[in-house]
Design a protein around this ligand. Structure first.
Ligand SMILES: Nc1ncnc2c1ncn2[C@@H]1O[C@H](COP(=O)(O)OP(=O)(O)OP(=O)(O)O)[C@@H](O)[C@H]1O
Ligand SMILES: [Mg+2]
Length: 238
């Protein structure tokens, strides 16, 4: 299977303080990969660095075989390396439709945009009905799904999601993660998802990396990690 993302020895942080101390990971074409870890472990910093918003001071980011470490954010998005950031940031005073089309602003292929909208409606049928509703009036779960749908409108070839379930009711969390799986299976888009709910993340992902204090301390097939005693007691509360 093709490797869509290969991160090697990433060191990154803010100003003088290093948050990631040499992180390496891979995402293959046919995978949902999760990164779990406690608050402040550096999960968001990792995704922000891969997206190009935070600059690493060491290490490499290979996307689809190309070194994108020094490319600007919009160049990465144009190539399909797309981040849906922590806490849905929809434009609350704009309609659902306007928010979705904002995700396609770098695209010139109008036919393609129309086709992708149809796909988005298939995955999230409620969006068609809510097209003209102000985004700020949607429920938390609906807003999260519109944020993911908006990311899909920029035609990702690797989708990165930062804590898509944060702040949602348990049932809604499960729904959002079912959609993540569906995006992988139906659209064939690999997903790298960061999540604090370790059980949920490992239930839907093929592989998992455990990040602690800026370093990967464990990695493996999610199903195997879930039966690891250390993971059970530290992350699953079992
Ligand atoms: N913009 C910033 N400027 C300075 N320090 C930051 C900035 N953003 C994050 N940090 C620091 O970097 C460290 C890692 O933060 P990060 O947001 O990556 O963690 P996280 O694993 O995503 O946590 P959470 O689960 O709470 O979202 C923390 O110590 C945090 O205070
Ligand atoms: Mg975070």
């Amino acid at each position: 299977m093709r490797t869509m993302l290969k991160v090697e020895g990433l060191r990154s942080g803010y100003g003088g303080s290093e948050v990631l101390h040499g992180v390496s990971l891979e995402v293959h074409e046919d995978e949902v990969v999760s990164v779990i870890g406690p608050n402040g472990a550096g999960k968001s910093t990792l995704l922000l660095t891969i997206a190009g918003i935070v600059r690493p001071h060491e290490g490499r980011i290979l996307y689809d075989g190309v070194d994108v470490t020094s490319l600007p954010v919009h160049e990465r998005v144009r190539r399909g390396l797309v981040l849906c950031p922590e806490r849905r940031r929809l434009f609350p005073e704009m309609t659902v439709g306007e928010n979705l089309l904002a995700g396609a602003y770098l695209r010139r292929d109008r036919e393609g945009v129309r086709r992708d909208l149809e796909k988005v409606f298939e995955i999230f049928p409620f969006i068609r009905e809510r097209w003209n509703q102000m985004a700020g009036t949607l429920s938390g779960g609906e807003q999260q799904m519109v944020a993911i749908a908006r990311a899909l409108m920029s035609r990702p070839r690797l989708l990165m999601l930062d804590e898509p379930s944060v702040g949602l009711a348990p049932v809604m969390k499960v729904t959002v993660f079912e959609k993540v799986r569906e995006i992988r299976e139906r659209e064939g888009i690999p997903v790298l998802v960061v999540e604090q709910d370790a059980y949920l993340a490992m239930s839907v992902s093929d592989r998992t990396y455990v990040l602690e204090s800026g370093s990967v301390v464990l990695e493996g097939r999610s199903s195997e990690l879930m039966s690891n005693d250390d993971v059970k007691s530290r992350y699953l509360g079992l």
